[in-house]
Ligand binder design. Structure first.
Ligand SMILES: [Ca+2]
Ligand SMILES: [Ca+2]
Length: 151
């Protein structure tokens, strides 16, 4: 009988571990903040005017059903040029453009305040990371894409 009890213990322990895993799994909210579209080659000649710089942008979208704080989230290119979000929120289902040039931030438009382009026309990767450093999303493009890409 003792041998039988001992043999049953590992199976019992396994059941406890499995139950614990199921109970501790968080009910993840569907969706999150993703990179929706990148306009990497602003229309016309790249003359470095502020208008042209601002026609180069990355559009992010909150696909979840609640507002998400972007404080200290980072948007960067393959060469590690970083844009750090201030203490702003993106509403449920809303989009937001991060434009390369100078301007005054609004709910829908943020400005990197750069005087040079950041998203390479040939190929590049935009990566969005959360405040804790984990990757929220990324999007890559090449010359096979037109001036913009839906990610
Ligand atoms: Ca560009
Ligand atoms: Ca251009």
């Amino acid at each position: 009988m003792r041998r039988g009890i001992r043999a049953a213990l590992p199976a019992l322990a396994g059941a406890v571990v499995l139950t614990g895993t199921l109970l501790s799994a968080p009910a993840e909210a569907a969706g999150g903040v993703v990179i929706h579209r990148v306009y990497f080659d602003s229309p016309g000649t790249d003359d470095r005017s502020n208008t042209s710089l601002n026609a180069e942008w990355v559009q992010i979208k909150n696909t979840s059903s609640s507002a998400i704080s972007l404080r200290n989230w980072v948007l960067k290119d393959a060469s590690n040029h970083k844009y750090t979000f201030r203490d702003v929120k993106i509403g449920a289902g809303r989009t937001m453009k991060v434009r390369t040039g100078r301007g005054s931030d609004t709910a829908a438009n943020k400005y990197q305040n750069r005087r040079a382009y950041v998203w390479n026309n040939t190929s590049d990767t935009a990566t969005l990371t959360k405040a804790n450093g984990t990757r929220a999303d990324s999007c890559s493009w090449t010359t096979r894409d037109p001036s913009d890409k839906y990610c």
